[in-house]
Write a protein that binds this ligand. Sequence first.
Ligand code: GAP
Length: 445
Amino acid sequence: MSKNKQPDLMDRIVSLCKRRGFVYPSSEIYGGLISCWDYGPLGAELKRNLKTHWWDAMTNRRDDVEGLDAAILMHPQVWHTSGHVTEFNDPMVDCKTCKARFRADKLEESRCPKRPSKSPLTCGGELTEVKQFNLMFKTFMGPVEDTSSTIYLRPETAQGIYLNFLNVKNSSRQKIPFGIAQIGKAFRNEITPGNFIFRTREFEQMEMQYFIDPAEDEKWFEYWRRERWAWYESLGVNVSKLRWSEHGEDELAHYAKAAYDIEYEFPFGWQELEGVHNRTDFDLSRHMEATGKDLRYADERYKEKFIPYIIETSAGCDRTILTLLVDGYDEVEVKGETRVFLRLSPKIAPIKAAVFPLVKKDGMPEFAEKVYNELKKRFKVFYDVSGAVGRRYARMDEAGTPFCVTVDGQTLQDETMTVRDRDTMEQTRMKTAELIEFLTDKVSG
Ligand code: GAP
């Protein structure tokens, strides 16, 4: 099978997403809003499945990680304490000629809007001095709009976890080492968003903060690097397109002692998918200083109270979706026609199986509907009677549906149906009970 990786691959993926209802441009009938995207019916299912897969791996299947769902709006002082108000900046330049704005550290890869074949360094425009641009979105809380009512949309979900460290420890009776996991929206006023859902101004993070004895930071850092790599493998991502990238001294975020990114090779190059950071006791110490609340950890195993170190795993939900779309996109020539296959793992595929009667007669639709209704109690499935069976397979292949179940003449004699595997094209006959067992096995992985 041909894995098509030409430069316009992103265009084809964006077009598939729109056509099949994975992702639409936000506010499209108003002309769209730059860097904002809406997940359609298939995209919403895919995203929900992905988040469930992360949540299961990071909380439900572990005894040492608790879940949290903190508010997006937080006390404004949080962001002063965390360093985001002063440090969470990107260097920015403006073009005096065309008024466009660019990230000063990404000028070579940026494009001049007036002369898209050129970068801002070569288009002939005159650039301003570099200025620091804070990435946090601001708004006002309450009816008065002045500096005293300014609050921020959170640029990371992590701070909600730090502020609840004591609450969660006390209510769950967890002992160090333990973690708190959260999935939620984050907002960054990126200077140059782009590459579809890769870099947006509103996005979702899946973050986990693991509280540890500072003497064990290297051990847990390595442990979480292994766990997170294995998670992408469990999604079926092609590992030859994944790699680690270590942050050099000059790249480390203001809170980190060590950081590695998991990167994926997108059609636009190797880019960060997830960060694993050793945040030391930076965050808890700062919040303790600012509030006067004792955030130290005490239990009988330790002689002295101490501020735990934190190992953070921070994944982007939307970037993982893009990874799955790019990684799974395939084009195959079938009888002179180019057919699209979206090879999503059954664990996260939006629709797990489609059920078809081969023809609309001889009791086949009735049998197929019965099977569909039985499967529907357990899985997201789809029933389709319209068009030639080959067309129906093709529609499901590009929607990422891993299995198609066809009721045919033989079904009416022995109650077996063909189950076609999207990737191997193998067809196996089974009865309804076996089919349920088969799908349960595939979906749970
Ligand atoms: N709490 C740590 C933190 O936020 P980060 O490296 O800035 O670290 C973590 O972000 C992850 O969030 C990234 O690896 C990426 O997957 C996702 N992310 C960050 N900015 C994003 C953006 N503008 N659009 C989409 N995803 C983004």
